[in-house]
Design a protein around this ligand. Structure first.
Ligand code: CO
Length: 471
């Protein structure tokens, strides 16, 4: 396995690799594709859910579902006691481009019809270069095929309304996605010379005045060109906006990293590096990245679906083990649900709990919530603290203020499929769900190292409440 990735916590090197991953993973399909490439380069074998699995002790494998969720696992050479699972998510709050997206305005502008995906901070999407990425599904001779597409240039903008038209805007603004968040694609007029004529089009009129007059699918033509297919071959699409701002450092000493999608690609990346560096011994190491966390995880590729359950069962069966062996293994398994956490905000320190105050660069945040939005309890918290101690990385704690509801994540949702000891953790960040989030420059390396130690060890249940920890 590739060992040159962190050495002894090389923060700069790890962040450079993280930046590359963030910049090239505009939507979950690309995050999964980039993880696949890294796993293949490290010698992992790709499996397909539709094919028969013949697994071997000592083997390393991965499987994807919907091209937007991925599970990679490494089987130890000797018989295993359980599964060491780290789960994160690769989707982020964003705007999805609707079918028939073109909207023409005043016989002049073309803008795109979008709807919200998850709970984004809308204002952060305004006045910054955007583009579109996702997948198109095209007709083939035998059926259909999905193709990934990313228009890799500054293409779109959602322009703010000038303050002169809304003098009260800085006192607070209520966004209407259908009115305020539609990105501008370009002009109807023959801007580049002759192109419009060659498309054989006549100018559209404002859609408000042209009921039943289908817009001319300029956007779909652009997407088809990018995908290398004819527009009429495209049967359907899953396309999203993304921010073009590249990941970078900020701060006097480069203390912070800034990028879109840190929630939760920072954790997905750390988990991936951890499994690449690990040396699994007593348990199967399972790196698990789900889609659709930001919209409730209730899809086949989300934490509420059967993906993890199915993969664990197939590992068990393929190695000639019975159902009871599976249940025994789950009792000696552990899940780290890794999703970013809120750091104390420099302008709003009062939003954080009085006694549990996570800061960026101070290590992995263990999250607690009495209502079980976070699944951490005394047992799983203790196991994770012991792990951090062994790994030599700092950890800290998060709870919501008792008067605030706070967020949720995939850990407790996954329990419905595979019920096991689990801890909710994350890396401290600011501006969660902004198009541009801020996190600590040291914390990625801490999680990579904790993940490496976690994936190399095991948690053996020797009676309810008693565990042998082998880290
Ligand atoms: Co998240």
């Amino acid at each position: 396995m590739n060992k040159d990735l962190i050495g002894n916590l090389d923060f700069e090197k790890i962040n450079a690799k993280l930046f590359d991953f963030l910049d090239h993973s505009p939507v979950p399909f690309f995050a999964v594709k980039n993880m696949k490439t890294a796993l293949q380069e490290a010698g992992f074998t790709e499996l397909y859910e539709s094919a028969r699995w013949q697994l071997e002790a000592g083997g390393a494998y991965f499987v994807t579902r919907n091209d937007s969720a991925l599970i990679a696992f490494r089987i130890p050479r000797k018989d295993f006691t359980g599964f060491q699972i780290m789960a994160s998510h690769c989707d982020s709050p964003v705007f999805k481009i609707k079918p028939n997206a073109d909207i023409t305005v005043e016989n002049k502008y073309v803008k795109l019809n979008v709807e919200k995906y998850g709970g984004a901070l809308y204002a952060s999407w305004l006045d910054r270069p955007l583009s579109a990425a996702g997948r198109v599904v095209v007709e083939t001779e035998d059926g259909i095929e999905a193709k990934l597409v990313n228009i890799d240039r500054d293409l779109l903008i959602i322009p703010n309304l000038a303050i002169h038209f809304n003098r009260q805007v800085n006192e607070g603004y209520k966004f209407n996605v259908q009115k305020d968040m539609l990105p501008l694609l370009g002009e109807i007029s023959d801007f580049s010379g002759g192109q419009q004529e060659s498309l054989g089009e006549r100018p559209d009129v404002d859609t408000a005045r042209s009921q039943g007059d289908k817009p001319k699918d300029r956007f779909l033509r652009l997407i088809a060109k990018e995908a290398g297919v004819r527009p009429d071959q495209i049967l359907d699409t899953d396309l999203y906006l993304y921010s073009r701002t590249r990941a970078c450092h900020v701060g006097m000493e480069n203390e912070y990293i800034v990028s879109g999608r840190l929630d939760d690609l920072q954790c997905a990346f750390s988990s991936l590096q951890g499994i690449l560096l690990a040396e699994p011994s007593g348990s199967v190491a399972v790196h698990c990245v789900f889609d659709n966390e930001e919209v409730g995880s209730g899809s086949k590729q989300g934490a509420g679906g059967t993906f993890l359950y199915d993969v664990l069962h197939r590992i068990n069966a393929s190695l000639g083990r019975r159902e009871e062996d599976y249940l025994r293994a789950v009792a000696s398994s552990f899940m780290v649900s890794a999703d970013n956490a809120h750091a104390v905000h420099p302008d709003h320190p009062d939003k954080s709990d009085p006694t549990n105050r996570p800061y960026m660069n101070e290590g992995i945040v263990i999250k607690y919530n009495a209502s079980q939005k976070y699944v951490t309890d005394a047992v799983s918290g203790a196991i994770f603290r012991a792990l951090c101690k062994k790994a030599g990385v700092p950890c800290q704690t998060f709870t919501n203020r008792s008067n605030l509801a706070g967020g949720s994540t995939l850990g407790n949702i996954a329990q419905g499929q595979v019920s096991l000891n689990a801890v909710d953790i994350g890396l401290a960040q600011l501006a969660m769900h902004s198009a541009c989030e801020t996190a600590g420059a040291r914390d990625t390396a801490f999680l990579v190292e904790a993940a490496r130690v976690f994936f190399s060890g095991s948690v053996e249940n020797t009676g309810d409440g008693k565990y042998n920890l082998r880290f």
